[in-house]
Design a protein. Structure first.
Length: 478
């Protein structure tokens, strides 16, 4: 099999390209698929396709005749595969769909370190997916999804809800990721404030293609030549269920979400961990309304074997990366304030998508869509962030359409901007001067996670007090 070099091309007039497109969409819409098969039959020429989280593969042209029976052999083998070998582990269904059973028998093996950690905990007898709250939409790579599930353990009377996430993780840093999860799971509730606690982790074997495929595909050689990375499906269970950040319906709720995320970043930093992907899909709302920072698949140990090199990698959701981490050629290492800067873009995108609060499904205005498009473009992302968000007059103009519902939004953005350099003028602070200023501020403690938490808590109290005063003032109520 070969790796397709044409994974982005799609024209309706070409059946092969159309099939590649549909395979990618199928994988993106149902991220609990470990792989997806497809084929085209052009006259007597059969071409097979295989989509995995590592890449899209296709076969050489196979000429089918009645004499060689290749087509009937292929169909017979395809029909003989069970549901797991076909790649469909389970479908989480639509957000408003009915609950779906998820047989524990199809879960990957339990990760040994967590098996020891949970040795005295009853195993899960059955699982029911109640609601899918997040899908990343990625067609390669992690392909993350998160669902609310009800799990019945084999112990008496233990029937409770969990958050279940499914992703396809890389092999290279698997041990480091397990160590990070163990550190979080072993920490006290206070030490992991703003983070989610893992209660179980299951992981399949690492591979480029399904284990039952025969042929001359040398996985290691193919990975080396094509830059592919073996991945494994991982299913994790976390102790609380969450709502997506899109559910926030007021500036107070948005502030609580951001505050929880900052606390999560602070908890990780105290453990010498950097998250590396602060984005809307990784900030959830807990049962108490507080924000929770989830998904540590890209997290790194600052003092670990990959620490320095990993801080130079350009990973995470592109649109939410800090300005100086956008270019692949940049030699700027990831710093804690870069993750704070990402929160500014998270806030803005939530407001762009929900101009009138959580129940507003009208979506982005044309102006907001244009900004979003710029943030996703290599050429314009830096200039649009520096020009529209950093410049005070432009930021004011950017936020103005949303102030009727999101009152006090400029102050919330300004609080975050103060801790990441977005409040500094471009005329006096280039990258070097800005970095020196931030290093000095974070080094002295004048700028810090603790100070940002305090600033956000004061801001939240101010909002609550303001709301109470409005309720008590009859003229304001009228």
């Amino acid at each position: 099999m070969k790796k397709s070099d044409d994974t982005s091309e799609y024209e309706c007039v070409f059946p092969a390209r159309r099939l590649k497109h549909h395979l990618r969409m199928l994988a993106a819409e149902s991220p609990i698929r470990s792989h997806t098969f497809g084929f085209t039959l052009d006259s007597s020429i059969l071409t097979l396709y295989l989509h995995t989280p590592s890449g899209l593969f296709y076969s050489s042209d196979i000429e089918c005749t009645e004499a060689n029976g290749h087509l009937s052999t292929f169909i017979e083998r395809l029909l003989s595969l069970n549901d797991i070998d076909l790649g469909k582990i389970a479908s989480p269904g639509g957000p408003d769909g009915p609950p779906l059973p998820f047989p524990t028998a199809v879960l990957p093996p339990q990760v040994p370190s967590f098996a020891r950690h949970l040795a005295k905990v009853p195993t899960m007898g059955s699982i029911e997916i109640e609601k899918t709250v997040f899908r990343s939409g990625e067609v390669l790579g992690l392909q993350k999804s998160a669902s609310r599930v009800r799990a019945i353990r084999d112990g008496p009377g233990d029937n409770r809800e969990y958050a279940m996430t499914v992703s396809f993780v890389e092999e290279a840093r698997c041990n480091e990721h397990d160590q990070i999860r163990q550190m979080i799971a072993s920490a006290s509730p206070h030490e992991r404030e703003g983070l989610t606690n893992f209660v179980d982790v299951h992981r399949q074997h690492f591979s480029l293609v399904p284990h039952f495929l025969k042929g001359d595909l040398d996985a290691e050689k193919c990975a080396e030549i094509c830059g592919l990375k073996p991945r494994a499906m991982e299913v994790t269970f976390q102790e609380h269920c969450f709502e997506p950040i899109w559910a926030v319906d007021s500036i107070e709720a948005l502030t609580r979400a951001v505050l929880g995320a900052v606390k999560g970043l602070r908890s990780l930093y105290r453990m010498r961990i950097l998250h590396r992907d602060v984005s809307p899909g990784n900030i959830m709302i807990g049962p108490d309304g507080e924000g929770v920072l989830i998904d540590y698949d890209l997290a790194i140990l600052m003092d670990g074997p990959f620490g320095e090199a990993a801080r130079m990698e350009r990973v995470g959701t592109f649109a939410f990366r800090a300005r100086y981490l956008l270019k692949e050629s940049s030699r700027t290492p990831l710093q804690p304030w870069h993750q704070i800067e990402s929160l500014v873009y998270v806030i803005l995108v939530v407001v762009f998508n929900r101009p009138n609060g959580g129940g507003d499904l009208s979506g982005m205005t044309e102006d907001a869509k244009h900004v979003w498009e710029l943030w996703n473009m290599d050429v314009w992302a830096f200039h649009s962030k520096a020009g529209l968000v950093r410049a005070p007059a432009h930021r004011q103009e950017l936020l103005k359409p949303y102030l009727e519902h999101w009152e006090d939004l400029p102050e919330l953005v300004a609080i975050i901007a103060n801790h990441c350099g977005l409040d500094l003028t471009a005329f006096t602070h280039g990258e070097a001067n800005e970095t020196s200023y931030l290093e000095a501020g974070w080094g002295s403690g004048e700028l810090s996670h603790d100070q940002l938490v305090a600033d956000l808590e004061n801001f939240r109290e101010k909002i609550v007090q303001k709301k109470q005063e409005k309720c008590l003032d009859p003229f304001v109520s009228m």
